[in-house]
Design a protein around this ligand. Sequence first.
Ligand code: APR
Ligand code: PHB
Length: 406
Amino acid sequence: MRTTVGIIGAGPAGLLLARLLRNAGIDSVVLESRDRAYVERRQRAGILEQGTADVLRAAGAGERMDREGLRHDGIELRFERERHRVDFPARTGGSSVLVYAQTEVCKDLIALQLKEGGPLLFGAEALAVEGALTDRPRIRFRHEGHEGHEGHEGDEGDEGHEDVLDCDYVVGCDGFRGVARKAVPAGLSHVFERTYPFGWLGILADVAPSHDELVYARHDRGFALLSMRSPAVSRLYLQVPEGTEAGEWADEEIWDELERRFETGDAWRLERGPVTSKSVTPMRSYVHEPMRYGRLFLAGDAAHIVPPTGAKGLNLAVGDVVTFARALTHLGDTGSAERLDAYSETCLRRVWQAERFSYDMTTLLHRAPGATAFDDRIQLARLRRVATSRAAETDLAEGYTGFPLE
Ligand code: APR
Ligand code: PHB
């Protein structure tokens, strides 16, 4: 098998990249180790920056997003039983965000790819990227023998079949646990990492959101977030100690704790409903530099992780693949590899702004174990600063609605 761009991973990064390349007349093959149902159900964040929504729209993937996505013009910060609204358009010259879940973005992109795009193989696990410094890099992969692999049908039950995909370029969109990054020699890889001594316990509940915008709450007992998936489905999170298992919390205990952390001095009430999903997300900041090694490019979670407090993961992934697709198109149009050569530096400038913002939001709102009374006072002073200074509020609003693509 051979293609121009071999893409490992069918998360938001890989799927959107395949779509952008197809629109530019460049062929690609996407290899995804899991099955379609898994990719379409995995719960992640659901906030699209305006620039991200614009990219999806321009790629022809915005139809359902524009029908079902919820435009949000602000968020609420809650601390010491007070509520402070950050007005995005007022502070940013008109920007807002769209609430549209990652699962829905993936469903839309998969449907388009299967209908009009190049090959998208599920159950195809990349094992290694080879020859990144040659002009013919390869992906060695194992597949289960369906989706276009005639001759292997009926072989289910064994370990699958090994195959090779020859490419002009390989893009590793295979997430934090992927294999692409491993092809960069250890001596050239620089990893910048920070873990946080807490995680998020997230639930989905069949109940209308108790507020029409997201609520980020700082409380002495820990952080809480109220988000949503639709006018009838709430998404809520609680800060929990590192290592917590979702099963340790009964549904009613979760609601009781959410109620405590969201408590206000006014008549606001948290509505409860049946919990349909429960899981724990670890918190980590991580950047792998460089994001390019020869003809291997890393994009999305394969290159960087942000803690979810800033809702930046998907937006960063979109920025990376747009940068790659534009650079490759530029090479085709002009013969100049200048933009492709600048891929890593270009992406990393934006990545580090998002890392900084996500770190700020995380430390602004979470209670770290062992935090002192001094730490608490500083945290509250930072929150009051956002609530009373137009400059501080503008900084938060600009970060949340997104950093522009270069
Ligand atoms: N071979 C093939 N596919 C692989 C391999 C492999 N060896 N390893 C991982 N994958 C697949 C995973 O199964 C997954 O579907 O790569 C995909 C990576 O997807 P994500 O983890 O969603 O990463 P990315 O596309 O970069 O997502 C960007 O979107 O919703 C947000 O928070 C999410 O920050 C993340 C962002
Ligand atoms: C979500 O809806 O899952 C969500 C929203 C905002 C965040 C993180 C997660 O900051």
